[in-house]
Write a protein that binds this ligand. Sequence first.
Ligand SMILES: [Zn+2]
Ligand SMILES: [Zn+2]
Length: 110
Amino acid sequence: MNCPKCRIEKMKPEKFEDIMVDRCPACQGIFFDRGELNNMITKKMGGKADTFAFSATSDDMDNVPAHCPHCQQKMTPCKGAGDIRVDQCQTCKSIFLDQGELASLQLYFP
Ligand SMILES: [Zn+2]
Ligand SMILES: [Zn+2]
C-alpha cells in the first residue's frame, strides 16, 4: 500500500497502541482503516471518543492532498477536538495522520 501523501513509498504494517496500522517510512504518517482510530481513542480515553468526531473543514493548511490508497481518490481534510487535523476518505472512512497530526493527537493520551 502506498502512502496517501508520498504516494510512492510502501507503507509498513506496524503495531501502534495495540492495533495494527500502516506507517510510512518516509514521512512517518500513519494510516488507520475505518474505525481503527476511534477504537484506539475509545480504549485510551474510556469511551470519550465522540469528542474526536472529525468533521470536514475547508480551512485546509495541508498543501499536499492525500489520496486514499484503497479508493484512489482525494481524501477530505477534517478537523476534530483540539484542532487536530486528519485526512479522511469519505468513501471507506479510513484516516491518515501525518507526523505532526499524530503528535497533537497524542497530547490527549495520558
Ligand atoms: Zn509518506
Ligand atoms: Zn478510501
